[in-house]
Design a binder for this molecule. Structure first.
Ligand SMILES: *[C@@H]1O[C@H](CO)[C@@H](O)[C@H](O)[C@H]1NC(C)=O
Ligand SMILES: *[C@@H]1O[C@H](CO)[C@@H](O)[C@H](O)[C@H]1NC(C)=O
Length: 523
């Protein structure tokens, strides 16, 4: 979620043609890139979406999210839409924009934020009127996670569109059974876009697929009365929240609505509703009458049928909670259901095909990491995010001299978003790297660049496969991949937003009682 500047990514002037053909992009080094002609990675459109539009979605979300996290003015909706429009224009030409405007029946005005909102959902996937594709996906995977759910969630029957090699729109890759107690499998949304787990709510208990987000502190699920609400035009409101599971009095006899209103705004997207109590079961641990949110309004980022999750669980600290209630982890601890206020993550990489993602409550799953490499640092964030000091940053073993940096570690952000100067420092040391002029970078797909961050004296290296994410597409750009490092000058010169691009390379654990963050090398 990377629901997610100011430089906002705009480098004046250069924009319109840059992305169409990265050969025209701005070289970062004077070195001649050693292009090989064979692309090492298959071009993988994300839900049928051009990788560059997908990238821009991720940059927008990350940058917005970082701005929100650091309490700074982020880019406006109009700026974000303009960024996206430039990509569309570069890739599809003017027709790409015209088509959209004509279909919406709105004039091509730059500040009409709903235009692209309507066309692209949170994943950057073109919207369609779909049936409940997610349901058949779930069933196709059979037993689900072994996460201790209520009986009946293993209704394996339905045939597996999920096993198809094609990337379905509602693409979720379900994790294997967890390898420790008090744990849930962490399912992969799309191509490492986000991480989801199945929990149970209500009476009788039913399964809900929930985004697990270390970068926020509110917990909500769509309510039975949920409506899609556009942030920009009431005319765009829709009287349902898409193909999701909902909670309310019709489906749960233990659901009690306090009537107290809450609203949560994310980097992109927002939800509102009422504070309710209902039974919640997380990894076999039941919180009777837990207090959280049932959304009666969701923006399309969440309500769209292509968004696979039904709700979101914030796993940062209560201080950030816009609902002003304890987080599930805090409540599990208070109820003596877990021995410590610890949440631990094994973020898995789709390409590894191991499906070993896991979130553990109350401890660390020692089978997932090398305990001799465990580094623990203080949380330096006073608001409730998880932010640790980076000792040093190195590229190919050479220290880059970037000292005094901190990293907000966020499972809900896909990419890494750095101040432009820091991104430039890193990328200028990578052969063949180029800026796309909009906050993104491209690097040769076969780059061997080895970027490492050191926390607590322990060095964590980002795999090249996370550094060079996916081919940008286009014949002239066959060997260029979008880079997991992006830039967004939202005002903090030393504060990085470090998402899954990095977190796939470490075991990540947070302890709210001690206010510490631990990282360890994966086994
Ligand atoms: C949940 O409980 C069931 C039944 O006691 C058990 O088989 C399963 O392993 C438990 N799951 C977890 C994640 O602890
Ligand atoms: C807050 O949420 C309520 C309930 O969903 C909604 O009616 C209201 O418009 C929201 N307010 C804002 C500012 O989004």
């Amino acid at each position: 979620m990377q629901l997610g500047a100011s430089m906002t990514v705009l480098l004046a002037g250069v924009l319109l043609m840059l992305t169409a053909n990265v050969v025209e992009s701005v070289p970062l080094t004077k070195r001649t890139p050693q292009f090989v002609t064979l692309p090492l990675k298959r071009m993988v459109p994300v839900g049928g979406l051009h990788p560059q539009i997908y990238l821009q979605q991720q940059i927008n979300r990350g940058v917005r999210r970082l701005a929100r996290m650091t309490g700074r003015a982020g880019p406006s909706d109009a700026e974000l839409v303009a960024n996206l429009e430039r990509r569309v224009l570069a890739i599809e030409g003017p027709e790409g924009l015209e088509r959209r405007y004509n279909r919406m029946g709105v004039p091509s005005s730059r500040d009409e934020g709903t235009v692209l909102e309507k066309r692209f959902n949170r994943q950057g996937v073109p919207r369609r009127n779909q049936q409940r594709g997610i349901q058949s996906l779930k069933k196709g995977k059979g037993g689900r996670n072994g996460n201790g759910g209520n009986a009946g969630n293993g209704n394996a029957g339905a045939a597996g569109s999920a096993t198809s090699a094609a990337t379905p729109v509602n693409d979720v890759t379900f994790a294997n059974a967890p390898t420790d107690s008090n744990s849930l499998g962490l399912d992969i949304e799309s191509q490492d876009e986000g991480y989801l787990a199945t929990i149970q709510m209500g009476t009788p208990p039913r399964d809900f697929l929930i985004l697990m987000d270390s970068g926020s502190s509110d917990f909500w699920v769509g309510g039975e009365n949920c409506q899609t609400v556009s942030t920009t035009s009431a005319a765009d409101n829709v009287d349902n929240c898409g193909a999701h599971n909902f909670l309310g009095t019709a489906s749960s006899s233990s659901f009690v609505d306090s009537g107290k209103v809450f609203n949560v705004t994310y980097g992109t997207g927002q939800v509102g509703g009422t504070i309710i109590t209902d039974d919640v079961t997380i990894a076999n641990l039941t919180l009777p009458a837990h207090t959280f949110g049932a959304a009666s309004t969701e923006s399309i980022d969440f309500s769209g049928s292509a968004t696979p999750f039904d709700g979101l669980m914030g796993l940062a600290q209560q201080g950030l909670s816009q609902q002003g209630v304890p987080t599930p982890v805090e409540s599990l601890f208070q109820a003596n259901l877990i021995p410590a206020q610890i949440t631990s993550f094994k973020i898995s990489r789709l390409a590894d095909n191991l499906n070993d993602g896991e979130v553990t409550f109350g401890g660390l799953d020692t089978s997932k990491f090398d305990s001799t490499t465990l580094a623990t640092v203080d949380n330096v964030n006073t608001e409730g995010f998880w932010e640790g000091a980076i000792d040093s940053v190195s590229l190919n073993g050479a220290d880059l001299g970037l000292s005094g940096r901190t990293a907000i570690l966020d499972t809900g952000t896909t990419l890494m978003v750095l101040p432009a100067a820091d991104a430039q420092t890193i990328l200028s040391g990578v052969d063949g790297a180029q800026s796309d002029g909009q906050g993104g970078f491209v690097v040769p797909c076969d780059t061997t660049a080895s970027l490492a961050l050191t926390f607590g004296g322990q060095e964590f290296t980002i795999e090249p496969t996370d550094f060079a994410i996916q081919p940008v597409g286009g014949a002239a750009a066959n060997n260029l991949c979008t880079c997991g490092i992006t830039s967004g000058d939202i005002g903090g010169a030393t504060e990085w937003l470090v998402g899954d691009v990095f977190l796939k390379n470490a075991y990540f654990s947070v302890d709210e009682s001690k206010n510490t963050i631990s990282l360890a090398k994966l086994v």
